[in-house]
Design a protein around this ligand. Structure first.
Ligand SMILES: NC(=O)C1=CN([C@@H]2O[C@H](COP(=O)(O)OP(=O)(O)OC[C@H]3O[C@@H](n4cnc5c(N)ncnc54)[C@H](OP(=O)(O)O)[C@@H]3O)[C@@H](O)[C@H]2O)C=CC1
Ligand SMILES: O=C(O)C1=N[C@H](C(=O)O)C[C@H](O)C1
Length: 265
């Protein structure tokens, strides 16, 4: 297999660290540079506890010009992730974006840019295969149970709420069941936010606690029965087979793919 040249943005983060390890350990992947907002020009191995001697760039354009990567893996923050993804497309670098918190307008803009440039991009709210199945099973179940609430539970350092996965799950369910307001029509919140966020009538509840990593339960209710579909990621290694798949698949794509469920049967 031909070697894929990769740049990682956010290498010192919880996900970035795992991604560096994945690239270091994969024979046909090569880490040609990393993007951070500090440690300009240093070797990654000097800036932190890494093996890689990849150079740290704080300027993404300089990084792309000097390292000429095939793929950017972005694991940063919503604001920075969007800037990086646009720059990657401008420079002909295929972005694999795990960063969450993009709006519909962001996604539309990136889709148009991908079309203009004619190269592939992947925006994956969740790289874990179990989470993808949880979302697919939830979409299947929604055909039979139209009343559903989503509980997404994450560590307390997470910046965006609801999670990318929670939002994507609501979108996938809504695609098969349409908009529907649930609960009593005269329901009133006596404490603002008690019923969570509302996506097309699907309530999404975001829980943030130390000790959690990434968890989601999709709870369906019917006549005299409930159905729970749950996924738990207990560590960030759980996301890495999905990252690997995306980096490999993106080399053959020329459109924007939003969600890993579109890449697996
Ligand atoms: N798709 C998926 O399966 C998953 C997605 N995620 C998403 O990935 C993203 C990262 O999550 P996580 O690793 O937990 O977050 P972290 O906060 O641990 O990591 C983010 C990293 O980005 C760095 N950073 C901030 N600004 C810049 C910049 N301008 N250029 C380069 N790096 C920068 C931060 O540095 P500093 O700390 O110094 O500010 C930090 O090291 C989030 O959006 C999260 O939701 C997370 C898990 C799974
Ligand atoms: O920030 C996280 O940790 C995670 N973010 C993604 C999301 O917002 O869905 C994926 C996973 O849930 C972990």
């Amino acid at each position: 297999m031909e070697t894929i040249k990769i740049v990682i943005a956010g290498p010192r983060g919880r996900m970035g660290r795992e991604a560096v390890k994945l690239v270091e350990e994969t024979e046909h992947f090569s880490l040609v540079g990393v993007i951070d907002h500090k440690f300009e020009g240093q070797k990654l191995s000097k800036a932190d506890d890494f093996k890689s001697n990849a150079i740290i760039y704080t300027d993404i354009e300089k990084c792309f010009s000097e390292t000429k990567p095939d793929v950017l893996i972005d694991l940063t923050t919503p604001e920075i992730g969007k800037i990086h993804t646009k720059k990657a497309l401008e420079y002909g670098v295929r972005p694999v974006v795990g960063t969450t918190g993009f709006s519909d307008a962001d996604l539309k803009e990136l889709e148009e840019l991908t079309e203009d440039r004619g190269i592939g991009a992947i925006i994956a709210p969740n790289f874990a295969i179990g989470a993808i199945l949880m979302m697919k099973f939830s979409q299947m179940a929604a055909k039979y149970f139209s009343d559903v609430e989503i509980l997404e539970m994450h560590h307390d350092q997470k910046l965006d709420a609801p999670s990318g996965t929670g939002l994507k799950t609501a979108e996938m369910i809504s695609a098969v069941r349409g908009a529907k307001e649930q609960g009593h029509p005269d329901e009133k919140e006596t404490l603002a936010g008690a019923r969570g966020a509302n996506y097309q009538g699907i309530h999404v509840h975001s829980i943030r606690l130390p000790g959690l990593v990434a968890h989601q339960e999709v709870l369906f209710g019917g006549d005299g029965q409930t159905l729970s579909i749950r996924h738990d990621s207990f560590n960030r290694a759980s996301f890495m087979s999905g990252v690997k798949l995306c980096v490999e698949q993106i080399m053959n794509l020329d459109v924007l793919v939003y969600g890993l469920e579109n890449l697996i049967d």
